[in-house]
Design a protein around this ligand. Structure first.
Ligand SMILES: [Zn+2]
Length: 928
């Protein structure tokens, strides 16, 4: 559970339980166990707040509010546990006509099925007079009768003690409606499901399952049999997605009467009514007008028009794809209008592209192949948005959208390429057909398009649905990578399904043999391959290969044969992996102007660089920045000359490193880099340099590039003067922000954890630390924080006898400096932090005797004297090591480099970062 989810009436949040789990965890677990045994949930746990969230800006009636119910966390816990345990069993309890909330079933399964139905309805060869009704069930979730729910649970054999628990949960629930944060008295609901309860979706489909069972029985007893879309297809009389109900039947008065009876019977028991005015009807082509009228009047439903949607998707057979695409394009424009595009950075836009724009079409593309032209329109719209040109004008980019869509490790940004993603989604449909699962739409398609000759040999037929037409187009992409793995050999058709390497679609066999199973190719006595038969069917060569490579199946084995996709580790086709494979193939076709894949993958992994700067680095490295030289290549009338110095063409290397102003920035910056003259290209320059830097060095380097770019743009766009000092200052600000952030998080995480202690903004903090080596060399350092920022720092090196000695020296040097400053600033107090516990004890208890180092005794004595003289303004505190890390870095550096330095706020960051700079020497850059 998310720790910050809203609490219920008892006010307990998930975070409270999580953080205090060691105290209350065991009790809670025991209590919940008991509840599961007895089925009695304490009444207090069942109380529930309902808050009203306005749907629009100025709501006036209750209908304009959306009620959100907030149950107690403990109650949600119980139901979550139950839901998690029930989940794996649900698919055995619920008929396959229901697709909602179940593992392995998908909303698109229903859309595909309904489209196949409508496709058949429109065929002249479909001779039956049939109808399809899309029924609207009004407020199904809120109207379910509890008694009915309980009956439904009994019907699917939910254990009695759990049913008791459910009854107690429903009959004892009390709701308080909160208005402006407070409410008065509780309401007792009498029906409907608890909103926000993890079990509610399951309970709902269990209740709807009762309707399914009525339909099944009606089908078996031929009371309401439904329709068959092809000779070998299963009968269909209903399809469900949660409360979305589709009914199929013969347009016949008796059948309609019996359907009405079914609705009445279910409505009476469950409390759910079909809302006729919102229900829609489709008829088969063979249906006569009079019959249609009869059905319409009897069911009081409207005829579906061409725009009718099912589960949000257009389901008419002609032109649906184009309409879907146009609807998506309109939605994208709506999104753009809602976002302040001009205010977003490239990184912000990228997030929106990945999370919103490229996800919009996914649902629709899984049931419909959108026309290529429309997909291109969408892609170019997204591209425009990315490059910040969201109007209808032309614009200039330096890299193709296809390159942007490449995976990160190929140098792209990993944006979904829509047409390829559409292919990957459709391959999923092809895969489902290949593996012949028990999905209804797969069985219907099989009966309609390949009842005998098998999936691989079947061709496009006149009047086939768009699903089948597109699957025929894409299926070859999977052919090489799928094989059936034999277990009992009982479901694989020997001639029409791949089950050995180099299997090919054969067209020249006797159709009567197409149903022959692999298990029939075995010798009846030995159980080994029947070579004669193999040779007859596949020829000598292949028969030998089969005999050598394929283990004969065991027909007595219970395990079914399974289809394997070799490209995935899970053996099953997945859209994600399928898309990856497709884009890898595509890679070879996209020319790559610059190969930045390796480098970009590294940059992308830098958590310490802000996204907008990362994305700038990507643009710089991939040649997407509008610098003069790049512009000139596209539009020759633009001068390629650098506008800052006018001496050379502005290519990336010049812009960022060699233009005299840029050189100065590097030279005077914290890295103190001097740019070489002989040098390769921007990518190599970047790679080599950053490979020598540590985290902080990389930050300096990256932020300097970013600020250089901003400075350069001010010259070009606003005709300002190029000011290297301003850039250096801006980079320092970046770094200071970083140091501050780090320090704050440390302050908060480490310092604040000392019981009874809080960092006060008014007071000062002194952090001291030492670094010591066996050789007796030591470094020591302190940092003074005022108002949360470093105001003074110092590091020095010296000799020390042992680590304790070094720590004592460090604290002394810090205290000495501070004491007089504190005296000058009346009223200030200083907290001194050290990670040496013995030292803190010795000073605060004013005892120099029991210390681990006799050499340090005089130093500790001096510390004690100082402490005594100003005990009112100095507090010495022990903190964990992480809290003194900045001082530790400085002390380490002082020891290793044998250096001493001191300074104030402005130079602080420089010092903190310098551990890095000194370790780089010759290479592409020189350190001065
Ligand atoms: Zn220049």
């Amino acid at each position: 559970m998310g720790p910050d989810k809203s609490p219920g009436p008892d006010g307990v949040t998930p975070r409270f339980l999580q953080q205090n789990w060691n105290v209350i965890g065991l009790d809670l677990v025991t209590k919940i166990r008991k509840i599961f045994h007895t089925g009695q949930i304490p009444q207090d746990w069942l109380k529930c707040n309902v808050v009203l969230i306005p749907k629009g800006p100025e709501p006036e009636t209750p209908k304009e509010y959306r009620p959100i119910s907030l149950g107690n966390v403990t109650y949600r816990l119980i139901m979550k546990i139950w839901a998690a345990r029930l989940r794996p069993h649900m698919k055995y309890l619920i008929s396959r006509e229901q697709a909602a909330f179940l593992e392995g079933r998908n909303i698109s399964d229903n859309v595909l099925l309904v489209k196949e139905v409508i496709n058949s309805f429109n065929q002249k060869i479909f001779k039956q007079q049939g109808f399809m009704l899309k029924a609207d069930i009004a407020k199904a979730f809120d109207k379910l009768e509890w008694n009915f729910i309980i009956q439904a649970c009994r019907h699917v054999n939910i254990p009695e003690h759990l049913i008791t628990m459910l009854t107690s949960a429903y009959s004892n629930t009390k709701i308080k409606i909160l208005i402006n944060g407070s409410g008065d008295g509780f309401i007792k609901p009498t029906r409907g499901l608890r909103q926000g309860c993890p079990m509610s979706p399951y309970i709902f489909i269990l209740a709807m399952e009762m309707l399914s069972r009525i339909f099944h029985i009606s089908m078996q007893n031929k009371v309401f049999q439904g329709l068959k879309l092809a000779a070998t297809a299963p009968y269909l009389n209903h399809i469900m997605y949660a409360d979305d109900l589709i009914v199929l039947g013969t347009a016949d008065i008796g059948e309609i009467q019996r359907l009405k009876q079914i609705f009445k019977c279910f409505g009476g028991a469950g409390g759910l009514e079909v809302n006729p005015t919102k229900s829609k009807l489709w008829f088969t082509k063979a249906c006569q007008e009079g019959t249609k009228e009869m059905v319409k009047t009897e069911l009081q439903a409207q005829l579906a028009n061409k725009d009718e949607k099912y589960l949000g998707a257009f389901v008419m057979s002609k032109g649906g794809a184009k309409r879907t695409a146009n609807m998506l394009i309109d939605r994208m424009w709506e999104k753009f209008a809602g976002w302040k595009c001009a205010m977003l950075s490239h990184a912000g836009r990228l997030v929106l592209i990945k999370s919103v724009l490229t996800s919009l079409p996914v649902y629709y593309m899984s049931t419909e192949r959108l026309p290529r032209g429309e997909l291109n329109k969408m892609s170019s719209l997204i591209a425009k948005f990315f490059w910040g040109k969201i109007d209808r004008t032309r614009y200039l980019t330096f890299i193709s959208w296809k390159s942007v869509c490449k995976p990160i490790e190929e140098g792209g940004l990993g944006v979904r390429e829509l047409s390829q993603f559409g292919d990957a989604l459709f391959l999923k449909n092809a895969w489902e057909m290949m593996r012949q699962g028990d999905k209804l739409w797969v069985q219907v398609c099989q009966a309609k398009y390949y009842p005998k000759i098998g999936f691989w040999r079947a061709k496009n037929t006149n009047g086939a649905s768009s699903l089948w037409r597109e699957v025929v187009k894409v299926r070859h992409r999977l052919q090489e990578d799928v094989t059936w793995e034999l277990n009992n050999g009982g479901c694989v058709q020997a001639l029409s399904q791949p089950w050995f390497a180099n299997w090919e679609v054969q067209n020249d066999y006797n159709p009567r043999e197409s149903v022959k199973k692999v298990s029939e190719l075995l010798h009846p006595v030995t159980g080994l391959w029947n070579m004669e038969e193999l040779q007859r069917l596949f020829g000598m060569e292949k028969a030998t290969i089969i005999q050598a490579q394929i283990k004969p199946p065991d027909p007595t084995n219970d395990a079914q044969d399974s289809l394997i996709w070799h490209k995935s580790r899970t053996d099953k086709y997945s859209v994600k992996e399928g898309y990856r494979q497709l884009s890898l193939l595509e890679q070879q076709r996209i020319p790559t102007p610059r190969n930045i894949g390796v480098q970009w993958a590294v940059i992308n992994g830098w958590k310490f660089i802000v996204p907008k700067v990362k994305l700038f680095l990507w643009r710089m490295l991939s040649g997407a920045l509008p610098i003069a030289n790049n512009l000139h290549r596209r539009i020759t009338t633009i001068s390629p000359l650098c506008q800052r110095c006018g001496q050379e063409n502005e290519y990336e290397e010049h812009c960022f490193f060699f233009c005299p102003g840029s050189r100065r920035v590097w030279f005077q910056g914290q890295l103190g880099l001097r740019t070489h003259d002989q040098f390769l290209d921007i990518i190599q320059a970047f790679t080599q340099t950053t490979s020598l830097l540590d985290e902080d060095g990389i930050k300096l380097f990256s932020y300097t590039l970013w600020e250089l770019w901003k400075g350069r743009n001010e010259v070009v766009m606003q005709h300002k003067r190029f000011d290297p000092t301003k850039i250096t200052r801006a980079v320092n600000n970046w770094m200071r922000g970083d140091v501050l952030e780090r320090q704050q998080s440390q302050d908060h995480q480490q310092l604040l954890k000392i019981p009874g202690y809080e960092v006060s903004k008014e007071d000062w903090q002194l952090v001291v630390d030492a670094s010591w080596q066996q050789s007796g060399e030591a470094g020591m350092a302190y940092l003074l924080y005022e108002l949360g920022n470093v105001s003074e720092w110092s590091f020095n090196y010296c000799a020390a006898h042992d680590p304790f000695h070094a720590e004592a020296l460090a604290m002394l040097s810090g205290l000495k400096t501070i004491v007089h400053r504190v005296h000058e600033n009346q009223g200030k107090k200083v907290d001194v932090f050290s990670d040496c516990q013995n030292l803190v004890l010795a000073v605060t208890e004013m005892n120099a005797e029991d210390i681990p180092s006799w050499k340090a005794r005089p130093v500790v004595q001096e510390l004690i004297n100082l402490y005594k003289s100003c005990a009112k303004i100095i507090r010495v505190r022990y903190v964990k090591r992480d809290a003194v890390k900045p001082a530790h870095i400085l002390a380490n550096h002082a020891r290793r480099a044998k250096q001493a330095k001191a300074g104030n706020a402005t130079s602080c960051n420089l010092v903190l970062e310098m551990g890095i700079g000194l370790e780089i020497d010759k290479n592409f850059f020189e350190i001065t």
